[in-house]
Design a protein around this ligand. Structure first.
Ligand SMILES: [Zn+2]
Length: 74
């Protein structure tokens, strides 16, 4: 069996973000919400979110060394 991460428990309007990495910072963007951005600095642990007016729930994970699931209501 190959382990997989499922998003089957998420609400229908949950947006799954795409991630990429720039140095120590992981950046998530949403293809449904122009302007939405979430960043996480692995070194400092600082999380930053700009929802750009979106009210949807967003989730995403890093494809880097650490898997970081995200589910945010704010
Ligand atoms: Zn979105």
């Amino acid at each position: 069996m190959i382990p997989r991460i499922e998003f089957s428990n998420l609400a229908p309007d949950t947006h799954v973000c795409k991630s990429h990495k720039q140095g120590d910072v992981i950046i998530w963007t949403c293809q449904h919400c122009p302007g939405y951005i979430r960043t996480y600095n692995e070194k400092t642990g600082v999380l930053y979110v700009d929802r750009a007016g979106s009210t949807a729930t967003h989730t995403g994970r890093s494809m880097g060394a650490a898997v970081l699931p995200i589910c945010s209501e704010n």
